[in-house]
Design a protein around this ligand. Structure first.
Ligand SMILES: [Zn+2]
Length: 80
């Protein structure tokens, strides 16, 4: 029984982390420092990207360079 409780907690933490990441992913985009084009990575790619504080190492879909990019909040859309 105690083992099950631990796994439920682990699953809860993972699901919680995924939900937080999904929320951030929905509201943020990135701008490539090389070609200055804004883009949104796929959810999975965003999830596995290396985290360095607010920066994520992502590959730009426009110029294909891999750079550390800062997450920027989407400001244009207010509709949910
Ligand atoms: Zn680029």
């Amino acid at each position: 029984m105690a083992d099950n409780v631990i796994w439920i907690l682990v699953a809860g933490v993972i699901i919680g982390a995924l939900l937080i990441h999904f929320y951030v992913w929905r509201k943020y985009h990135y701008i490539c420092p090389k070609c200055h084009r804004p883009f949104k990575p796929t959810f999975l790619r965003s999830l596995i990207a290396v985290n360095a504080a607010e920066d994520r190492k992502l590959r730009c879909p426009n110029c294909s360079s891999t750079e550390y990019m800062k997450a920027l909040k989407d400001e244009k859309k207010h509709a949910k």
